[in-house]
Ligand binder design. Structure first.
Ligand SMILES: Nc1ncnc2c1ncn2[C@@H]1O[C@H](COP(=O)(O)OP(=O)(O)O)[C@@H](O)[C@H]1O
Ligand SMILES: O=C(OP(=O)(O)O)[C@H](O)COP(=O)(O)O
Length: 404
């Protein structure tokens, strides 16, 4: 990789110059309260370094998955406020992405100041499959900061997305890899070479279709693949079991059947699950065999027997990569699986990497020892795609150099 980096940019000199930074500030929220600010903290060094060097820093980021239009619950307001607190200065947030407010906020920046644009996914062009639409938004983002500006790609958690503010904008401005992206890649590289065996990958979470695609590529590389969280029910359905109203990707059942056949003993699924009669912390709950989920019940955590099984597999590994909570850990009745498996990883001697916004948040929110993990990555999907051996569009584009 021959990318130019934040160091190169700062050496070039940024005083008085506009720098557009793509960060991943996709934090978990409870209403407008940030329940874990890890991603904001992780984004801070790059932003601060540029501001300290006198740049006019414009941060663009997403929050959640809005459907290409503004939605108050996905506003970056709480994030801009938190970033301001951490920087010790106010961070103005434009109320739009590339509109009049974005132009005003940008134009009013002084040297060393930081501002943010509203959730870039409020603009449908951000996630468009049409390259021309994305390029148009990228040009408008670049237009905000002007022809002398630079772009710093620092949103590691989103570099696997070919999106306007991640990929296309790097073709409009001189583009540099941020410190967070470089640091994350450095650690993950150690897992792609010749990881110490046994190498165990633990997967969970709710982004089921994204991650099912990764399993196929990971299977030949790992000794054990442990699947819990919302991921497991499509596999249980593929084995012919009823899953009630648990998370299910019906159109992926056939893929799971094939994966089960390919994986044999390598793939470990839960043997029991905690089911609830509704998605709520005060729901009625039961622990049932994974093969016996009844109609009207939904699996929201793995059961204690599965925790023992998974903890044994993860605890005896020499290398562990974990992405995705084992259950809906945000609600205490469904936090036991994530806590148990995470504790086993933390207690083990393996080189251990946990990746993903919610998985990293779970470590902190559940009070697990952060120093029990060798690395806590800000990216789940991004890490998985890297481990799978895929090109990350947001990184590959930095190699191309700016074509503007
Ligand atoms: N059985 C389940 N049913 C529904 N949601 C689940 C289940 N298990 C875990 N989750 C949810 O998965 C979410 C995290 O998934 P994901 O975004 O894939 O992880 P990460 O951010 O770590 O990559 C959490 O909010 C958690 O509540
Ligand atoms: O939370 C994120 O990824 P992760 O859940 O895989 O860690 C990133 O912010 C990317 O979000 P996306 O999966 O909606 O593109």
């Amino acid at each position: 990789m021959t990318v130019t980096t934040l160091d190169d940019l700062v050496t070039e000199g940024v005083a008085g110059r506009y720098v557009l930074v793509r960060s991943d500030l996709n934090v978990p929220l409870d209403g407008d309260r940030i329940t874990d600010d890890g991603r904001v903290r992780a984004a801070l060094p790059t932003i601060k370094r540029l501001a300290d060097a006198g740049a006019r820093v414009v941060v663009t980021a997403h929050l959640g998955r809005p459907k290409g239009a503004p939605e108050d619950k996905y506003s970056l307001r709480p994030v801009a406020a938190r970033l301001g607190e951490l920087l010790g200065t106010s961070v103005p947030l434009a109320g739009d992405v590339v509109g009049r407010e974005a132009r005003d906020v940008t134009a009013n920046l002084s040297d060393g100041q930081v501002a943010m644009l509203e959730n870039v996914r409020f603009d449908p062009r951000e996630t468009s499959k049409d390259a021309d639409e994305r390029a148009e938004l990228a040009r408008e983002l670049a237009g905000l900061v002007g022809p002398e500006a630079a772009f710093v790609s620092d949103g590691f958690g989103v570099v696997h997305r070919k999106q306007a503010s991640v990929y296309d904008v790097a073709r409009e401005l001189p583009a540099f890899a941020g410190g967070l992206v470089l640091a994350e890649l450095d650690v993950l590289r150690t897992l792609t070479g010749d990881p110490a065996r046994p190498y165990v990958v633990v997967l969970g979470g709710s982004k089921v279709s994204d991650k099912l695609a990764v399993i196929e590529a990971l299977l030949p590389k790992v000794d054990r693949l442990v699947v819990g969280g919302g991921m497991c029910f499509t596999f249980l359905a593929a084995q012919g079991h009823e899953v009630g109203s648990s998370l299910l990707e019906a159109d992926m059942v056939d893929v799971c059947k094939r994966l089960l056949a390919e994986a044999g003993d390598k793939l470990l699924l839960p043997v029991d699950v905690v089911v609830a009669d509704r998605f709520a912390a005060d729901a009625a709950t039961r622990t049932v065999p994974a093969t016996g989920i009844e109609d009207g019940w939904m699996g929201l955590d793995i059961g204690p027997e599965s925790v023992r099984l998974f903890a044994d597999a993860a605890g005896s590994a020499a290398t562990v990569f974990w992405n995705g909570p084992m259950g809906v850990f945000e609600m205490e009745p469904f936090a036991g699986g994530t806590r148990g498996v995470a504790q086993a990883i933390a207690d083990g001697d393996a080189f251990s990497v946990v990746g993903g916004g919610d998985s990293a948040a779970a470590v902190r929110v559940l009070g697990l020892p952060e120093d029990g993990f060798s690395h806590i990555s800000t990216g789940g999907g991004a890490s998985l795609e890297y481990l799978e051996g895929k090109d990350l569009p947001g990184v590959a584009v930095l190699d191309e150099g700016a074509s503007a």
